[in-house]
Write a protein that binds this ligand. Structure first.
Ligand SMILES: NC(=O)C1=CN([C@@H]2O[C@H](COP(=O)(O)OP(=O)(O)OC[C@H]3O[C@@H](n4cnc5c(N)ncnc54)[C@H](OP(=O)(O)O)[C@@H]3O)[C@@H](O)[C@H]2O)C=CC1
Ligand SMILES: CC[C@](O)(C(C)=O)C(=O)O
Ligand SMILES: [Mg+2]
Ligand SMILES: [Mg+2]
Length: 407
């Protein structure tokens, strides 16, 4: 099965490298999608669904009923027919632009990219096979050509460019975001959509790189969908269809507010900021107590990412605990509430900072600078130079499957 998925994704990769436009031809479209769907179907046959057959819409999440939408309701022919008169104008080509754009293109939809001419993204888009004048345009031109305007600029850039872009988003177009940021924090961003267009959100819950790799493996990321404005009565259906088009396997319904609050909170917390802080704190204390860098790294990061966290991902926390010694289980059960208690006040402070817009204003100020890329890179270089992550490079090089070019 895995080898079928690999074959499918290799064939697709080759097809999209050779002739990105050619994928628009229905024969290639159908072939590429059928490779993907066959791989996906083959894979999903192996995933036991504890709540019954695929396609069930209302599921019980730990006692709360929620509606989820699945890709299986949108076979490729239906998806292509639904968008046959549309041009998806993908504005911005960062991590999400890349993932969503290539996936929608491989799904056979008519996609164009709009970015600053000759900027970093322009070059990146060309490397991915987008062709200037054909399906790669300066931002304003792409918006004029598009019917569905997918605003995937950085959140700060969405605010900065809004005065120029807003008049181009005319009646009949659809405005799409992957984050609630711009419209929810309108007092700070000044992004107020025109009243005569549908405004929808599809927010993949993972990095744009993962949006792409999961799609190529025949799998699919989970995404949130939300509606800000529904003037056609079709906004929700469009959001679901677009979610599938950009590579989602299943979609959860939320609101713009809930999406942006939870997302800003999660990334500052356990997903990124919190985990870096916790790893560093544990490593420092080990080092202070005379442990070597390799031992401190292995007990903090390597074992977490290579052995234990994948077990949580596969079958939950109790499963991971059960896979560890009774000694470890006893200690972890005792210390978990202590960590929880110590951290709740920090998470409360963080949620408040998100909700009251402090995090938004910081992000707008910092990422709105013309030097945002270099400034962020400087700070990331500090992390890269921390002893823990330098030690990590050597540890990774010892993995039997290590490939130097992946560093
Ligand atoms: N990264 C992710 O995985 C996720 C992102 N999102 C959301 O998706 C959206 C896009 O995020 P992401 O893909 O990370 O992109 P980035 O935040 O990295 O933004 C990159 C894009 O913004 C453009 N840009 C930056 N400043 C300007 C400017 N002043 N004028 C014009 N263009 C500008 C860049 O163009 P250039 O190269 O020319 O500078 C580039 O195309 C955001 O709303 C984000 O919150 C949602 C889920 C996950
Ligand atoms: C966790 C970071 C994220 O929210 C994401 C990949 O989901 C982002 O904004 O990039
Ligand atoms: Mg985010
Ligand atoms: Mg996120």
């Amino acid at each position: 099965m895995a080898s079928f998925a690999r074959t499918a994704s290799t064939a697709l990769r080759a097809a999209s490298r050779r002739a990105p436009r050619a994928l628009a031809s229905s024969a290639t479209k159908a072939a590429s999608y059928s490779l993907l769907t066959k791989a996906a179907v083959a894979k999903s046959a192996h995933c036991a669904n504890p709540q019954g057959a695929r396609g069930v819409k209302t599921l019980d999440f730990a006692g709360t009923k929620e509606t989820v939408y699945e890709r299986s309701d949108w076979p490729l022919a239906k998806l292509q027919d639904y968008f046959k008169n549309d041009t998806l104008a993908l504005i911005g080509y960062g991590s999400q632009g890349h993932g969503q754009g290539l996936n929608a293109r491989d799904n056979g939809l008519n996609v164009i990219v709009g970015v600053r001419k000759d900027g970093e993204s322009w070059k990146q888009a060309m490397e991915d096979g987008w062709v200037p004048g054909e399906n790669l345009f300066p931002i304003e031109e792409a918006i004029n050509k598009g019917t569905i305007i997918m605003n995937l600029l950085s959140d700060a850039a969405q605010s900065q460019t809004w005065p120029k872009l807003a008049p181009l988003i005319t009646k009949g177009k659809t405005l799409y975001f992957s984050h609630g940021f711009s419209v929810v924090y309108k007092e700070d961003t000044h992004v107020i959509p025109p009243t005569d267009v549908d405004v929808i959100l599809v927010a993949p819950k993972g990095s744009g790189r993962t949006v792409r790799t999961l799609f190529k493996e025949g799998r699919g990321i989970n995404s949130s969908i939300a509606i800000w404005q529904d003037v056609t009565g079709k906004a929700k259906e469009k959001a679901i269809a677009l979610g599938v088009a950009v590579g989602s396997g299943y979609l959860y319904e939320t609101t713009f507010e809930k999406e942006v609050y939870s997302d800003l909170y999660g990334e500052r917390g356990v997903l990124m900021g919190g985990i870096q802080g916790l790893f560093l704190a544990q490593y420092q204390v080990l080092r202070k107590n005379g442990h070597s860098p390799s031992e401190a790294f292995n007990e903090t990061v390597e074992e977490a990412t290579q052995s234990l966290y994948p077990l949580i991902g596969a079958k939950g926390m109790d499963y991971m605990f059960n896979a560890c010694s009774t000694t470890a289980r006893r200690g972890a059960l005792d210390w978990a509430p202590i960590f929880e208690k110590a951290n709740v006040p920090i998470f409360e402070q963080l949620y408040e900072s998100v909700k009251n817009g402090t995090e938004t204003r910081k992000s707008l100020e910092f990422n709105g600078r013309s030097t945002y890329r270099e400034d962020l890179n400087k700070e990331l270089e500090v992390i890269n130079n921390q002893e823990i992550w330098r030690a990590g490079k050597t540890v990774r090089s010892l993995r039997p499957d290590y490939k130097p070019e992946s560093e």
